[in-house]
Design a protein around this ligand. Structure first.
Ligand code: PRP
Length: 211
């Protein structure tokens, strides 16, 4: 039987995503056993799951190590992987935003220092506004940058807004809404089309019932 390889984002979002796959007719009970394995398969259901770092899902799918996967729209916009985006799962909803210290006032005549993990999204956003910026690429704890005077603003993901609030920052502008997307490798989509479409339709039913 043909198997479908699915890259799931490790973590809380991934567990919700797996539940959706399970209810869509692709169960794999061994995935729920308490261990540290990263690969699980159910031959009868024709599915193999693996847990990968959320930001790596698109790489596995783009290169065909996974046929399909679930990745945040933030990652898809930042890295623009050559994959098909098949469905908005309506999960992991948050937004990409510009945030700064509460008393920050933008001076349009000076170069804006922007700290972010998402350098492409931030560069495009300010290029569209014809705003001169200096990008400072960080890998985490972005919220610290304006507090220590490393940057004027940050471009980062805001979900509840709690991280900003607790660090005396506030959102200033929303760049984009973000949610989890089902993505497919382009050649897998061609050669395993029926199977991938079955997954997509099953997930679409779940999206509609979750609404
Ligand atoms: C993101 C983001 C913020 C936080 C926002 O980090 O970078 O730090 O979530 O969430 P909130 O608005 O609900 O407080 P994430 O947990 O994805 O991990 P990261 O530090 O690896 O970016």
């Amino acid at each position: 039987m043909e198997m479908i390889n699915v890259a799931l984002p490790k973590g809380r979002l991934g567990e919700k995503v797996y539940e959706m796959f399970e209810k869509s007719g692709f169960p794999c009970p061994s995935i729920k056993e308490p261990n540290r394995k990263l690969i699980f398969e159910n031959k009868e259901a024709g599915v193999r799951y693996f847990w990968v770092k959320p930001s790596d899902v698109a790489i596995y799918v783009e290169r065909g190590a996974a046929d399909i996967g679930v990745a945040g729209k933030d990652i898809l916009l930042e890295y623009e992987p050559d994959v098909y985006e098949l469905l908005d799962l309506n999960l992991g909803k948050c937004r990409m935003a510009v945030a700064a210290k509460k008393d920050f006032r933008d001076d349009p005549n000076s170069t804006l220092r922007v700290a972010t993990k998402f350098t492409n999204i931030a560069s495009r956003y300010y290029a569209d506004k014809c705003r001169d910026i200096d990008i400072i690429k960080l890998n985490g704890s972005i919220e610290i940058a304006p507090i220590l005077g490393l940057s004027d603003v940050i471009v980062d993901i805001v979900e509840t807004g709690k991280t900003l609030l607790e660090n005396d920052l506030e959102p200033k502008e929303t760049i984009l809404p973000i949610s989890a997307r089902l993505i497919a490798n382009k050649s897998s989509y061609k050669f395993k089309n029926e199977l991938i479409e079955r997954v997509r339709e099953g997930l679409l039913r779940q999206v509609k019932t979750n609404d």
